[in-house]
Each structure stands twice: as C-alpha cells, then as structure tokens.
Design a protein around this ligand. Structure first.
Ligand code: ADP
Ligand code: MG
Length: 724
C-alpha cells in the first residue's frame, strides 16, 4: 500500500528522469548572443536619426526630460525592431510592492476598419501605461475610486524582447505610480534616491576640483539559491505554498558528500547553469554562475555590477528566468531565505558603490594622496550614514522570511555595523586622534594633499560576519535576503548617503567660503565624523557572544525581528530624511510601513494554514498508520503467545498525542479574533501563529525520526538536498 505514496512515486520518477541536453550550440560564442534581445544604445544608435539618438542619450545620461516627439520616434524604431524579433505584444513591466514583477500585456496589432490589423505603437504608449492598480498593495495610498495606476518608461533601463514559446513580448521597464504621483512600486523611489545621492556627490567632487558628469549608484547583487528536483517539490505542499519546508528533520550527518544516491549531480546543474547563462546573456545581463559549497543543493550567481536601477531590473529578470529554466530542467529554484531548517540559508549580497564612467568607483582608495583624501571623505560619508541610519538599513531587509536568517550564525547579525579591514580601520583610528602626524607604514597620516599615504586595495582582507563590509572598491551589504528585490536596500543606501554627502558638502563649502584651508577643513571634518560615528566600525567576529553585549555598550541597536525593525520607517527622523531628499513623502513612508506589516502577516498566515493542513492530512495519518501497524503487531504476537514489548507503541503514541494537541492549538490560534489593523495582525502572527506552528513541527519532526520509511509521506531533507 505504502509504495504508492506520493513520495515513493516521486522517488521512482526522479530515478527515471532524463534531463535535457545543455543548450549552447557548438557554433555559438557567448559574446555573439550577448544583448541580442536588448534595445540597447548600440541598437538605438543604428536605428534612430542622429538628433533623436542624441536626445535620448541626454535623457539617459543627464536626466533630461524626454521630448514627446522623440518618444514617438523611439517608439516607432522600437516597434520595428521588436516585430523583427518576433514580438506580437508589448508589456509595461513594473515592480509592485509584493516584491514580484508585474506586467501589463497589450497587442501591437490594432484592428483597422477594413478587417486587417495594423501594428501600432506610439510614443504615448511607450512612455505611459494605465494598469489597474487595485490588485497591488498600496498601504492606503489609493482610494477605491482612484483604482488606476500609471506606468512610465524608465528611459535609463533598456527595453528588451522576452522569448516565449507562445510568442515574444517587448518588455518596457517602468515606474508605477498612483493618480496623484505617489510611488506604488520599487523603481520610483530608487530613481528618486539615486538622483538625490548623485546631486550631493557632485558637490563634493567639485570641491575636489572635478567637473563631473552625473554620479550614480552601482549595484552588484550576489544571489544565492537552492535547486531541488521538481518531483519532490511537487510532493511538498509547504515548498509550493510557502517556499520553505515547514516540516523535516535534518539529514543524518555524513551525508554531505553523498553524491551517488541517484548519481549525476553536477551535469544536471551544469546544464541548468549554461541554459540560464545563455538566456541572461541574450537579455544583456552580465552573469556568471558558480558553485557555492556552503549547503548541499545551494548555488550562487553574481552578475557584474551595473547602475543601481538597471541592476535591480536585471535582478528581477534573473529570478524569473531562473524559475522558468529550472522547471525546464526538472528542478525547482528556491529563492526563499531559509528553505531548510538547520541548513545554511540564502542571502543576496548587495555590493554598493557610487561613481560614473568618467571617475569610476568613488570608493576606490586610489594611489595618489589627493584621491585618498577624496576617498576618505566618501568613506566617512558611508560610516556616518550607516551609523546614523542603521535602523533604516535593518528595516530595508526586514521580512518574515529573512527573519529566519539574520542573527542565526550563518548570516550577518541583526546588529548593523561596518567592517573596514585592518588598514583602513587604522587610518580612521589615527584620524580620530585629530590632525596628528603619527606615521605608520609608508607616510604621515595628515590628510594633506601631499602627505597621505597610498591606501591598500586588498580584497583579500575579508570578514564574513559583518553586515556592511568594505571590500576594496565597494561596500557589501550582506543582510538582504535572497528573495528580496535589491531596490529596497538600494533606496535606503542612496538616501542615507545623500544625507551624509549633503552634510559634508555643506560643511566644506562653508569652510572654503570662510577662507579655511581645504586640507585642514577635510581633516577636521573626517576627525569629527569618525569621533561621532566610529562606534559603528567593528572589525571583530560578529557571531561571537560578546558582540551583542559590546554593541549594546556602543549604543548600536539589535533589532531582531521584522516587527522590531519596521517601526524605524516611521520615526520622525526617518520621515524627515526621506521627505527632505524627495524619495518618499510621509504618506508614502506610512504606506511602506503598512505594507511591510501586511506582507509579514500574509506570509506567516499562509505558513500557518499550510502547517495545519499538512499536519492534519499528511503527517498525522501516516503516524496513525504506523501506530496501527505496531498495535496490530503487538496483538498478533500476543495472540501467538509471544511476549510483546509495548514500548514501541508508547514511543510513537506520545508524539502523536503531542501532534494532535499542537494542531488543535494552531487551529484555534488561526481562528482567534484579531483586530483589523495591519499591526494587530502582524503581532498576532508573530506571537500566536509562529510558536503554534513550531510546536506542530517539533512533534511532526520527532515522528519523522521513528515512522517506517515506506510510510513517511513527505520527501525527506536527504532527498530534497542531495538528489539532483
Ligand atoms: P566576492 O568576492 O564577494 O564573491 P565578486 O568579485 O564575485 O566578489 O563580486 C561580487 C559582486 O560585486 C559582483 O556582482 C561584482 O560585479 C560586484 N562589484 C565589483 N565591483 C563593484 C563596484 N565597484 N561596485 C558595485 N559592485 C561591484
Ligand atoms: Mg560577496
């Protein structure tokens, strides 16, 4: 009977599965297909009249407004290009606050009076769309009578053609705003924050004698993910509904290298990786996949860094591509931060720098003293920003799913601190002592244009436990979760940087106007910043038990859960900050807070209901069958006059009783009357549902350890993690 369980069938199907062959055709070089499906600058240059091209480039590079006539010309060229690429539809792609990607598809072909169809696509259609906003979270920004939302093309992010067996689609990356212009998405604030940050960075560069073009933020997201066989995935309602296992005991030790259970692990994953790389290349996403050894079944991909808003679009596209290509290879790609309890989780490191094509990254220490002073100023801006607004950074990565990761001994702690590396930390320690001339290493430490030593760019100097680490030419924010869009963290980093850079520029400009020597002004400013904000610099082990104690002494917050972190979004300082830099108005901030709470309660609600259902309909029946078998066995033995040990019956009956009562408790927790506010629901999820779910899991997991293998209905951790 038991051999017919979903799990047993899945095991047989996995054994019989033949993965598709890898796809790079022999004649094809990766370089040839790169950007093939992108309406890139090169394509525009070829297809647009010179004046139109120039005008678009002015918009892309300097943020000039897009002229409607230019938009018409671009639309027409884009349509012709897309039709040649086999597109039948176009879609405004936007990024609502669900964290997913949404698309509104329309056909290019409009029926004409004579019964034929004409491919129409005007500038107006290119730059603006009108999807119904009512099904997307808005946190109170939208009244029911104004259900409409507007999408608008982000000219700086190129359009592309997405291939699909049922027809190709021209995709246009867009912002998504309400009728009143308030942001309903992730892209709008990202563009606003980038602009604010760039503006003040330019002021500082001018003080250092540059005449810089627009400064932007760069983002290089490292994405971790798990792959599991789809047969097993489909036999796990928890993975399907919640993206993580809500049941499951750790596999026995020593299984880490068990690669002969079903064999051929590397080829299958390799085929998937080559296939995804090919698709990403076509879309102009500069990605190199690689193996990640941390957990079994876990891998990582790190696309080359790009301008923040483009990196964010590409990151979303990458996740969708991974999901669909994994399916093609008989696997499911899991982006959840913690799919498996007790197994390393997944993050998305957000590598951040600022600069432009002319100056490169402004976070490169450089090898001339002049650049060093400038570098130290930008570095000090980061230190001040992270110290002053650590709570906002923490809130930017807060989610029910990331709560399983932050603060566990595998991801950065929830305490936000900065790692500078020994040498840079030493430089700042000296700066803290004032314009002293203590000389260490190669030169004097006065921040004089002539006297500053060459700073090291040593990417080998690493600390894996820090949430915000300097890594040679950038800072790496390691707290973002694998499922998150990078936009949230990038918006926060840009905005708090705008604040720091504004502060610094204002001070230095005033000093220079007052006749203070520039070098002295810079020195004094750096000393002030490191004295006031140096507490956030921590080069030690973030996993050590001593750190939370030390952090508390330093006055650094330890916001452990999402509900501890979200209120940071609506403190008076936060509201003022985001409003000052025109990133969010107060209403928008409150809406983000509300949506954070809603999403939290929704996530845990789904998990709780799935736990209840699986516990009741899958785990409990299996346990009862096992119990019955033992009972029958005891009965049979007794009947045969053999002495029967009833201990095995007691052993299984106790956790069954626990499971029953835990399920009853979860059921009543789910039925509890909760106030209607988002906060009440979120608190209920945290205080009632989570513990009730954990109790169910504890009982079920102890049953998994004793129930006969052929009766156990759910694919085990061993199968999920080691079989590919
Ligand atoms: P790691 O040693 O952390 O694995 P990688 O060399 O793989 O580092 O780079 C990780 C990510 O950092 C990549 O996406 C890379 O493009 C990005 N990155 C490198 N330099 C910069 C920079 N100046 N600004 C932003 N991101 C960067
Ligand atoms: Mg890294």
């Amino acid at each position: 009977m038991s051999g017919n369980s979903v799990r047993m069938q899945a095991i047989r199907d996995v054994e019989a599965y033949v993965p598709p062959a890898a796809v790079f055709t022999e004649s094809e070089e990766p370089g040839e297909i790169f950007g093939e499906n992108v309406f890139s600058q090169t394509v525009m240059q070829k297809r647009l009249p010179k004046s139109v091209y120039k005008s678009v480039m002015a918009t892309i590079e300097h943020g000039a407004k897009l002229d409607p006539l230019v938009a018409d010309a671009v639309a027409s060229a884009m349509k012709d290009w897309a039709l040649e690429k086999g597109a039948t539809h176009y879609a405004h792609v936007f990024y609502p606050l669900t964290g997913l990607t949404a698309e509104k598809h329309d056909s290019f072909f409009e029926p004409t009076g004579d019964g034929t169809a004409l491919a129409e696509f005007a500038g107006k259609t290119l730059v603006q769309g009108e999807p119904d906003a009512s099904s997307f979270p808005n946190g109170g920004l939208r009244n029911t009578f104004e259900a409409r939302g507007y999408t608008g093309w982000d000219v700086t992010s190129p359009a592309y053609v997405l291939e699909n067996p049922n027809g190709n689609t021209l995709c246009i990356p867009t912002v998504f705003v309400s009728m009143t212009g308030e942001a309903l998405d992730h892209k709008t604030p990202l563009l606003r924050s980038q602009q604010a940050m760039g503006e003040h960075a330019v002021r500082i560069l001018k003080l250092f004698g540059h005449t810089p073009g627009a400064v932007v933020s760069f983002c290089g997201p490292e994405q971790e993910y798990f792959l599991v066989d789809r047969h097993f995935f489909l036999a796990r309602p928890d993975l399907m509904n919640a993206g993580r296992t809500l049941f499951g005991t750790k596999p026995p030790k020593g299984q880490e290298f068990d690669d002969h259970y079903f064999g051929a692990i590397p080829e299958r994953v390799l085929g998937f990786m080559m296939d995804t790389e090919r698709e990403l290349f076509k879309l102009g996403i500069p990605a190199k996949t690689r193996h990640n050894e941390v957990a079994p079944g876990q891998f990582e991909i790190a696309p080359m860094f790009e301008r923040g808003n483009i990196a964010a679009d590409h990151q979303q596209l990458l996740m969708t591509t991974f999901k669909s290509i994994a399916k093609k290879h008989g696997m499911e790609c899991l982006f959840h931060e913690k799919p498996f309890q007790g197994v390393n989780g997944s993050g998305k490191h957000v590598n951040f720098s600022l600069g432009n094509s002319q100056l490169g990254s402004l976070l490169v220490p450089g090898d001339t003293p002049h650049d060093n002073a400038q570098f130290l100023v930008f570095c000090a801006a980061v230190i001040r920003a992270v110290h002053k607004y650590a709570g906002l950074l923490r809130a930017s990565v807060a989610s029910a799913t990331n709560d399983h990761r932050l603060g566990a001994n595998e991801a950065p702690p929830a305490i936000i601190s900065i790692f500078l590396g020994d040498q840079l930390a030493d430089v700042f320690e000296q700066i803290a002592k004032g314009p002293a001339t203590s000389s260490k290493g190669k030169g004097s430490m006065v921040i004089g244009v002539d006297t500053l030593p060459v700073l090291p760019t040593d990417p080998g100097d690493r600390n894996r436990t820090s949430p915000f680490a300097f890594t040679g030419n950038r800072f790496e924010f390691r707290a973002p979760g694998s499922m998150q869009t990078v936009s949230g963290p990038m918006v926060t980093i840009n905005t708090i940087m705008a604040d720091s850079l504004d502060y610094i520029a204002t001070k230095l400009e005033a000093d220079v106007a007052a006749g203070t020597d520039f070098d002295e002004a810079v020195q004094a400013l750096l000393t002030e910043i490191i004295t006031e904000h140096g507490a956030v610099v921590f080069n030690g082990d973030g996993y050590a038990d001593a750190w939370p104690v030390e952090a508390e002494k330093r006055g650094l917050a330890n916001l452990k859960t999402t509900l501890d972190a979200l209120p940071e979004l609506i403190t008076p300082e936060a509201l003022e900050l985001f409003e000052k830099y025109h990133v969010f108005n107060h209403r928008e901030m409150h809406s983000r807070y509300e949506i954070g709470l809603e999403q939290y309660a929704l996530t845990i609600g789904v998990e709780a209901r799935t736990t209840l259902e699986m516990g009741t309909t899958i785990v409990l029946p299996a346990a009862v069958r096992h119990q019955t078998e033992i009972a029958l066995n005891i009965g049979a033995l007794k009947g045969a006059g053999v002495e029967a040990d009833i201990a095995p019956l007691t052993e299984v009956s106790a956790p069954i009783a626990e499971l029953r009562s835990a399920l009853a408790a979860l059921k009543s927790a789910l039925a509890e009357e909760v106030g209607h506010s988002a906060l009440a629901e979120a608190e209920h999820a945290q205080k009632s549902l989570l513990p009730a779910m954990n109790a169910v899991r504890a009982a079920a997991d102890s049953l998994e350890e004793i129930i006969a293998d052929d009766l156990w209905p759910l694919p085990t951790y061993q199968e999920l993690l080691f079989v590919l």
